[in-house]
Ligand binder design. Structure first.
Ligand SMILES: [Zn+2]
Length: 147
């Protein structure tokens, strides 16, 4: 797997006060190649091309949640991006729970413990939980300012 990082300047026109501003958005894409390649180098090239393609799409269609510096409003796309974080985190929590539960059940049943998967599941729960906490914290502390 190969990753590619890039950034782009995003031009935003505020939907509530028409103020124009810009911000820099950075993304990292991970590329992989699972097909047949004669050499390791060839496979790396394919993975790098995959990463570059994914990165290009991410930079084009995604956005960061950057409120208007003048009135603090978010564009519709930013609101949607912000709203999508919470379900994604709950999905991560559920998946993490499922993995940990599966590892536990399988370990209990067969006596073989896939500790590494258990750790991955626990990591997923930890990550989703902390992102969820941070976004809720922003919601609580930011709710008084935004209108
Ligand atoms: Zn504005």
């Amino acid at each position: 797997m190969i990753d590619a990082t890039g950034s782009v300047k995003k031009q935003v026109t505020c939907e509530s006060c028409s103020h124009q501003y810009e911000y820099e958005m950075t993304r990292t894409a991970i590329g992989s190649y699972s097909g047949f390649a004669l050499t390791r180098q060839k496979a790396d090239e394919e993975a790098a091309a995959d990463a570059a393609q994914k990165l290009k799409t991410m930079l084009e269609i995604e956005c960061d949640v950057v409120p208007c510096p003048k009135c603090g409003a978010l564009t519709r796309q930013m609101k949607a991006a912000k709203a999508a974080v919470v379900p994604a985190c709950f999905g991560g929590l559920a998946l993490g729970g499922l993995i940990v539960g599966g590892v536990y059940l399988f370990g209990w049943w067969s006596g073989r413990w896939f500790i590494i998967f258990g750790l991955m599941g626990a990591g997923l729960i930890l990550l989703s939980g902390s992102v969820l906490l941070v976004s809720f914290w922003g919601f609580i502390t930011g709710s008084g300012k935004s209108k």
